[in-house]
Design a protein around this ligand. Structure first.
Ligand SMILES: [Zn+2]
Ligand SMILES: [Zn+2]
Length: 408
């Protein structure tokens, strides 16, 4: 293909995002002002998928029995390569869109519609996946993991999403593997003063377990970025009743997926030890977790160049790679089955924390709106380059195969 033609197609994609932008901002702000919790994002899912339908996408709703999930697709003159953009749209309790998923949803459909603009001239299929409950709430929690396990991403060539952040824009981020553990101790209630000898104290078991976990912290692997966080969710009803039930909730995280089972085993030992010491029964529930993410350096270089060309100040990927991974996402599970990238686009100054009301407000400012524009343009342009340059696409896929064989 002649250079001139490539430039023309890129211009079409950029013009399409510009044309769409007022509508994308309207959608993002509407979702921002009407936050819906995970697994209940009925309105957001409806509005985003209807917008795709209006632009000629075929939309399947409620995929994998998740009512607020969807898959939208458009094929032009040929079916491959297959590129997917991921939309999120769930909010957090009390603080609304403190993780900025309203921006993620708008940018994803913007990228999809913009790429669709050129697919009647160049071969390829674009997908936009509506992926609910990223924050882990409700029956659709871990939607991307479930989609990955069900094989929905197996024949994709590349997957992308953007996430808003504070501080400098990064093309990627390291994410931790995470598993949730709930521990329930069962004892026997009794009058705390008159008949204590008849009671079995479940709260004491919970406190012992909590402290036993602390006793293990110093011995955690420092290279594995292990994090254990937890709460005592239930610890009794009244101080004059020996508590017959106590419940703890923990999250166990690490940048090394293979370290998680070891940490879970340690947690189980702490729970069992506390149960034996107090005479309680214990029930331990370990939920299916999320993995750490697989980086793709050719994709990082591509997005670094494109975001920089769009006028964004971007941290060089080799510097980002030295940052300590801090959070977790179900997008990491996608990175294990398909070359994938998750740029973090700045909407607020360094120090404004995600998961706050302040961050939710930032999604609806000029900077928040610019992240939608930059995110949609960067993803659509990256997809177009990958479609037009089979050698680049092969390099991306080869890097993914190499990373997966090294990690297994
Ligand atoms: Zn979040
Ligand atoms: Zn988020």
């Amino acid at each position: 293909m002649m250079m001139r033609d490539e430039e023309r197609l890129k211009k079409l994609v950029l013009e399409e995002v510009d044309r769409l932008l007022p509508r994308l901002i309207e959608l993002s702000d509407w979702i921002g002002m009407h936050p819906e919790l995970g697994s209940e994002e009925y309105e957001a899912s409806k509005r985003l998928s209807e917008e795709l339908e209006r632009h000629g996408f075929k939309v399947e709703r409620g995929i994998l029995n998740m009512p607020t999930a969807f898959r939208a697709s458009y094929s032009g003159v040929g079916p491959t390569p297959k590129i997917a953009f991921m939309a999120e749209y769930d909010a957090l309790p009390e603080i609304g869109h403190g993780c900025g998923h309203n921006i993620i949803g708008a940018a994803a459909i913007g990228a999809g519609i913009a790429l669709r603009r050129v697919l009647d001239e160049v071969a390829g299929t674009v997908f936009v996946y509506g992926t609910p409950a990223e924050e882990g709430r409700g029956p659709s929690a871990g939607a991307k993991r479930r989609m990955a396990e069900a094989g929905l991403f197996d024949d994709l060539d590349v997957a992308m999403m953007i996430h808003p952040t504070s501080g400098i824009t990064r093309v990627n981020e390291g994410f931790l593997a995470v598993t949730g553990i709930t521990v329930e101790f069962k004892g026997r209630a009794a009058h705390a003063a008159a008949f204590p000898h008849l009671g079995v104290n479940a709260l004491n078991a919970a406190v012992l377990m909590y402290m036993a976990v602390h006793a293990n912290r110093q011995q955690l692997r420092r290279d594995a970025n292990a994090v254990i966080h937890g709460i005592i969710r239930e610890g009794g009803a009244a101080s004059n009743i020996i508590p017959d039930r106590a419940v703890l909730q923990f999250g166990v995280r690490s940048s090394d997926d293979s370290y998680i089972p070891e940490l879970v085993k340690m947690m189980k030992n702490c729970a069992r030890g506390a149960a034996i010491a107090t005479g309680c029964e214990v029930h331990i529930d370990v939920r299916p977790g999320l993995r750490s993410n697989v980086r793709n350096e050719p994709l990082e270089r591509l997005l670094y160049r494109i975001l920089s060309e769009l006028g964004e100040e971007v941290e060089p990927p080799e510097l980002t790679a030295r940052r300590i991974p801090m959070a977790s996402t179900d997008f990491s599970d996608v990175t294990h089955v398909v070359p994938a990238i998750h740029p973090m686009i700045s909407i607020a100054p360094e120090g404004v924390a995600l998961h706050t009301r302040e961050f939710a407000e930032a999604t609806m400012t000029e900077r928040g709106h610019r992240a939608i524009e930059i995110g949609a343009k960067a993803m659509a342009l990256a997809a177009l380059e990958l479609i037009l340059d089979p050698r680049l696409l092969e390099e991306v896929k080869e890097a993914h195969r190499r990373a997966i064989s090294e990690s297994s």
